[in-house]
Design a protein around this ligand. Structure first.
Ligand SMILES: Nc1nc2c(c(=O)[nH]1)N[C@H]1C(S)=C(S)[C@@H](COP(=O)(O)O)O[C@H]1N2
Ligand SMILES: [Mo]
Length: 251
């Protein structure tokens, strides 16, 4: 007489399914190792393996075109902003930068260069933005900034034609740090050329006298100490893109 369990699960069938599981698991592991070897053998494209770069480019396409940059970052009240603002990244900031002789350089389409001092930038109506600043390293904090809308700046200084090109490039005065940004994000009303943090002029390590604040992007795109701005239909080179990160880096 067989017991009830034996009727349903015979030792033979258990043994068989154990073998099947074992073989399937083996195939799975071989597949993983194979994929890994294949992935590692792929060429590097812009600092990362080409299949990964393809995936990032696809994400960029989806987020850049479908989601668009009309979206806005959530805003906070000044009470919610931290007073001890974290300092992160000092590429392109140098040791003893002289802000008194600084001028912002804008390369126009006819290749003329426009030179503007901080007072000329401050002529425009100020915009304050308090938002959750996010770094790809995993930290975030609510911070408070003031400056002029990039879209206002474009109008005021006759750069409408330039701003129709797909990308804006920003570079530090020493050219050590540089970013490229899609035009929609640049023209987003929350994007500012920023000269103040927490009601005081920007500190040196936060990019005095002028930095970019672009709340729809991760921290890597908020270039500190702008030296030059230019416009182009080709992607401007980008510091962290060259090191394997997503070019778009949108939130
Ligand atoms: N010139 C310059 N700008 C920069 C960086 C840098 O290394 N150099 N780092 C970026 C990164 S990764 C972040 S998270 C933010 C940090 O801004 P904060 O130092 O004001 O917090 O600046 C960005 N802008
Ligand atoms: Mo960052």
């Amino acid at each position: 007489m067989k017991t009830l369990e034996e009727k349903f699960i015979s030792t033979k069938s258990i043994r068989r399914s154990t073998w099947i599981s074992f073989i399937l698991f083996g195939i799975f592991i071989m597949g993983c190792i194979g994929s890994w070897i294949w992935l590692k053998s792929q060429p590097l494209v812009d600092g990362t393996l080409s299949p990964l770069r393809k995936m990032l480019s696809f994400n960029e396409f989806v987020f850049g075109n479908l989601q668009g940059s009309q979206k806005k970052a959530t805003v906070y009240t000044s009470k919610e902003a931290v007073t001890q603002v974290r300092v992160n990244g000092d590429a392109g900031l140098g040791d003893n930068f002289d802000t008194s002789t600084w001028k912002l350089q804008i390369i126009k389409s006819n290749l003329d260069t426009l030179y503007l001092g901080i007072d000329e930038i401050r002529l425009l109506p100020p915009t304050e933005i308090i938002f959750d600043f996010k770094c790809i390293e995993g930290w975030n904090q609510v911070t408070r900034w003031r400056g002029v809308r990039f879209s206002d700046f474009i109008q005021k200084y006759g750069l409408l034609k330039e701003s129709e090109l797909y990308y804006t490039g920003l570079v530090t005065p020493d050219k050590e740090y540089y970013v490229g940004i899609d035009r929609k994000s640049m023209l987003n009303p929350q994007t500012i050329l920023c000269y103040e943090m927490n009601g005081a002029p920007l500190p040196m390590n936060q990019g005095a006298p002028l930095r970019l604040i672009i709340p729809v992007k991760y921290g890597i795109k908020h270039l500190k100490r702008i030296g030059t701005i230019f416009f182009s239909n080709e992607k401007p080179k980008d510091y962290w893109f060259e090191r394997g990160y997503d070019y778009y880096s949108g939130l």
